[in-house]
Design a protein around this ligand. Sequence first.
Ligand SMILES: NC(=O)c1ccc[n+]([C@@H]2O[C@H](COP(=O)([O-])OP(=O)(O)OC[C@H]3O[C@@H](n4cnc5c(N)ncnc54)[C@H](OP(=O)(O)O)[C@@H]3O)[C@@H](O)[C@H]2O)c1
Length: 320
Amino acid sequence: MANTDPGTAEHILDSHDLTDIHALVTGASSGIGMELARALAANGANLVMLCRNQDKAKSVVETFRRLHGDAAAERCLILQCDLSSMRSVKNAVERLENSHIVFDRCFLNAGIFGVPYQLTEEGNELTYAANYLGHYYLLHRCIAADKIARNGRVICTISEGAYMNPFSKADCDMITYPERILGNNLAKLQSRSQASPNSKVFLLLMMTALRDLLRGSVYEELKFCGGDPGATLTDNINQVGPLIKSLSPLFKNFMKPVEEGASVLAHLATADAKDWDEVTLMNHRLKTIPMPRSVNLKKAQHAWEITENVLGLPRLAISG
Ligand SMILES: NC(=O)c1ccc[n+]([C@@H]2O[C@H](COP(=O)([O-])OP(=O)(O)OC[C@H]3O[C@@H](n4cnc5c(N)ncnc54)[C@H](OP(=O)(O)O)[C@@H]3O)[C@@H](O)[C@H]2O)c1
């Protein structure tokens, strides 16, 4: 029977020896990613914390040092990267390519929610860029460069909106020409609430396409999972605005603390995965849930291809 009380990430990881594990965590400078990184480092894992704000990340690592000692902090390497800028992601990937690190666990966790529609310098819509395009670029290049262990796991942080909200869908036009809604105030308003769940649908499509692409290759055993932390009290609340932030003490009663929010990711990283042949989607109660209707192989392949083109990446070719 499914466990309905997953506890905390630390509780899950405590029973695992992670000393030989290398993990990449995006968005490790706050919230769920920070808590996951802390619990991983405390249990011996070696981390690359991919963060856009280096000073903030450094102070997070200093907190880990105070809590868990020098050895835990020394195992944390900060890699500066703004996922909404493909130039920044390219620089970060090149640094990874020049390192000896191969990731056993790749947590694609960073994300924004509720920010107004805006285009980045490179012409991408900001939420899609930070939540999806940056992660796509990172993953594509890491696989091509053999930077992910062949028996490893790719774990994306998904939200309930991606599979419960009937309006969530992968709107490919927002990837190919996001500027089309520039003069349309209603579409821009809708984008503010829809871009985040839609970008998570794209992450599910990305994993579905990649799982299929790698079938029969040396990456046959690579697992792909999506974890929904559930409503968790984090800095995400800041993104929705000062009014909501001022009300945040009220949310404490029905939102879980980050220690619990990070537990589904910890579970996906350590649970027995022998039956996870397809992309596995799990909620915060550690219950496997069916993929939303908006995710199927044909759509996944389409989204994969157009994203590869938009990002100017070469076709991903993996030897058998
Ligand atoms: N909290 C919830 O209730 C909830 C529910 C479902 C899903 N989620 C998902 O959980 C994930 C983590 O969110 P959270 O709740 O922990 O929020 P959070 O505290 O705001 O953390 C988000 C993290 O993503 C990073 N980030 C944002 N934009 C970035 C960019 N352009 N480049 C690099 N890093 C960037 C942030 O960096 P900075 O520290 O520099 O801001 C931060 O480390 C997100 O994907 C979110 O969608 C959250």
